[in-house]
Design a binder for this molecule. Structure first.
Ligand code: UD1
Length: 367
């Protein structure tokens, strides 16, 4: 018997999560899998570069949905994915993370009575204003296999009434990818290209709607970064959403005047990993980067008020700083004065999460 699996990815943070699963599936003769790219992210440096660098097979289908409002984007993904599933019978649909593509495809699959496996289930920020929180909660609700990356995710699911036998604590697939590519990324020349010295710069990533779509919050963050860049150069691979907002809100001139603040285009996986690994610290509102810095043992200041990944605070190197100017400046100074968190590795962040997932799916399907 052959097990047919569709693996869905749509936006940048999905690609490093499907890569290790593809790698394991590739070597299983009793599984046939198809990679579905929804096209939520489409720029070469937001999508193709990750497929090339991480060795993800070319998508079997690209739904090419592009950027739209949430409703239009979600609806377009659903229409395209339904057509795909009707024409290509699948036994399981695997979705990862918390983006619109994750929810859209799980909804389609479940209505066609195809079991859904959600990788990175159970994370909760408890902030219902985040589109990702809506996507997470609803995807979990309709999933048949809840693959969790940390113990707090298991607890969240149990509290929400999920039965224990649907929950599988497998570890963190994103860390599988990091471990696989770490040695390769050590050879990246990105520091030379950007004129940076090891441990003598900070990295910034910033793209959450709550931070960058609000003039007030973006302005507060820029104010704080202005002070920090006086103490240490900041490198910022800019997200397309933020690039637009900087122009719309008229912040370009202020940023130009910040001589130690350097904006560059989004980087590929290998260069970005090297950039993080050699930074003095990272400032971010990303979810995945909170986890990656924990494994790399690089201090991380998270410019949000809560995190769906609390293990990065309790065990890792993460500190919540919100959009509070004084707190951001204070925590950056602490690190520059060598007063920083070192952190421990969370349980099962060991590079084997994807293997565990595939073994469970095979066993459940009696293969
Ligand atoms: C999406 C995810 C978010 C994730 C982020 C990572 C949702 C609701 N949000 O947010 O969870 O952290 O991806 O990057 O799914 N754009 C381009 N080129 C691209 C893609 C987007 O220029 O390849 C621009 C478009 O102007 C678009 C904007 O970026 O309108 C935002 O893209 P979108 O996919 O809607 O949301 P993200 O902010 O990227």
């Amino acid at each position: 018997m052959t097990l047919n699996i569709a693996l869905v990815a749509g936006a940048r943070p999905n690609f490093m999560k499907i890569a290790p699963i593809c790698e394991v599936l590739k070597n299983k003769s009793d599984i046939e899998y198809k990679v579905v790219h929804t096209g939520q992210h489409y720029d070469e440096n937001m999508s193709k570069v990750f497929f090339d660098q991480l060795g993800i097979p070319k998508p079997d289908v690209n739904l090419n949905v592009g950027s739209e409002s949430h409703a239009v984007q979600t609806a377009k993904i659903m229409m395209g994915f339904e057509k795909f599933l009707v024409e290509n019978k699948q036994d399981i649909v695997v979705v990862v993370g918390d983006v619109n593509s994750t929810l859209a495809c799980s909804l389609v699959a479940t209505k066609l009575h195809i079991p859904v496996a959600h990788v990175e289930a159970g994370l909760r920020s408890f902030n219902w204003n985040m589109p990702e929180e809506v996507n997470r909660v609803l995807t979990d609700r309709i999933s048949d296999y809840l693959f969790t990356s940390c113990e707090d995710a298991n607890e969240n699911l149990i509290k929400e009434g999920f039965s224990q036998d649907k929950i599988y604590f497998v570890g963190n697939v994103m860390i599988d990818t990091l471990m696989k590519f770490k040695a390769f990324s050590d050879k990246s020349d990105v520091l030379d290209v950007l004129g940076l010295k090891t441990k003598d710069y900070a990295v910034l990533t910033m793209h959450r709607p709550s931070n960058v779509d609000s003039f007030e919050n973006l302005s507060k963050l820029i104010d704080a970064l202005k002070v920090v860049q006086d103490k240490i150069p900041i490198i910022y691979p800019v997200h397309p959403r933020t690039k637009k907002r900087i122009l719309d809100f008229g912040f370009s001139e202020t940023l130009d005047e910040m001589k130690n603040f350097k904006i560059v285009e989004p980087l590929g996986y290998v260069d970005f990993l090297h950039l993080m690994d050699n930074a003095r610290f990272v400032v971010t509102d990303s979810g995945g980067i909170q986890e990656e810095t924990t494994i790399l043992k690089i201090p991380c200041l998270t410019i949000r008020n809560e995190t769906e990944r609390p293990v990065t605070i309790t065990k890792g190197t993460n500190v919540m700083v919100g959009t509070d100017k004084q707190k951001i400046i204070q925590e950056a100074s602490n690190i520059l004065n060598n007063n920083q968190k070192t952190g421990k590795t969370p349980v099962k962040w060991d590079g084997k999460a994807a293997s565990r997932i595939v073994e469970i799916l095979l066993k459940e399907k009696n293969i």
